[in-house]
Ligand binder design. Structure first.
Ligand SMILES: O=C(O)CCC(=O)C(=O)O
Ligand SMILES: [Fe+2]
Length: 204
């Protein structure tokens, strides 16, 4: 790229491209995509979200069972402005990249704030709405301290774990919400982490 191009053409996204995205096929038509260090300004995204998101404690029945959810949450519904421009870019870039496979845009952004290693989410699938019956995608952008996303097949079998680091993208796709479960387990020591999950219409 020559100097003039760099100087005069503002990049359409400050996000990196999807080059380096790796797919891991799980069983029964479930899969995981992982792209490390996708999000720029991850430090700024973290501090902005800690400050700007109207966090509330989660005390309710979640998904298909009553789970222990020690963490803070807030969901940006369809049409609501997101609290950081990088998140808007991320949602639009995800929509563009996955549209041929997903067939619809990412619409909502669920935010979860794990304040320290004691915050966690128990085993569940995102099966409110269409995730219980249809193939879909949940795209997770992670900022802050790394935490493990554990996954296990619902029918029994070995679990796997993916580290979600500062600025990483992890996408659960195919049948993942109905044939597998996922969890973010407690750990002895961890600093703050925020997860932003982009989902299509009527997937929670
Ligand atoms: O913390 C994460 O990245 C996963 C959260 C999650 O599975 C959920 O809120 O449904
Ligand atoms: Fe989930």
């Amino acid at each position: 790229m020559d100097f003039q191009t760099t100087l005069f053409e503002a990049p359409p996204h400050r996000l990196r491209s999807f080059e380096g995205l790796e797919r891991r096929e799980l069983t029964e038509g479930a899969w995981l995509d992982v792209l490390r260090s996708w999000v720029p300004d991850a430090d700024d995204v973290l501090t902005t979200l800690v400050r700007e998101v109207p966090w509330r404690a989660e005390k309710r029945q979640m998904y298909d069972r009553l789970v222990d959810v020690p963490r803070l949450v807030h969901t940006y519904m369809i049409g609501e402005d997101l609290p950081h421009p990088v998140l808007t870019e991320a949602r639009d870039a995800l929509t563009e990249h996955y549209l041929p496979e997903l067939g619809e845009p990412f619409r909502t952004a669920g935010c979860c704030y794990y304040r320290d290693g004691r915050d966690s989410v128990a085993w569940h699938g995102d099966t409110i709405g269409r995730g219980s019956t249809h193939d879909t995608m949940v795209a997770i952008v992670s900022v802050g301290d790394p935490r493990r996303l554990c996954l296990r097949p619902r029918g029994g079998g070995e679990s796997i774990a993916i580290e979600m680091g500062h600025g990483d993208l992890v996408v659960m796709g195919g049948t993942c919400q109905r044939t597998w479960e996922h969890a973010v387990p407690k750990v002895a020591v961890a600093g703050p982490r925020i997860s932003v999950q982009f989902r299509p219409f009527n997937v929670f």
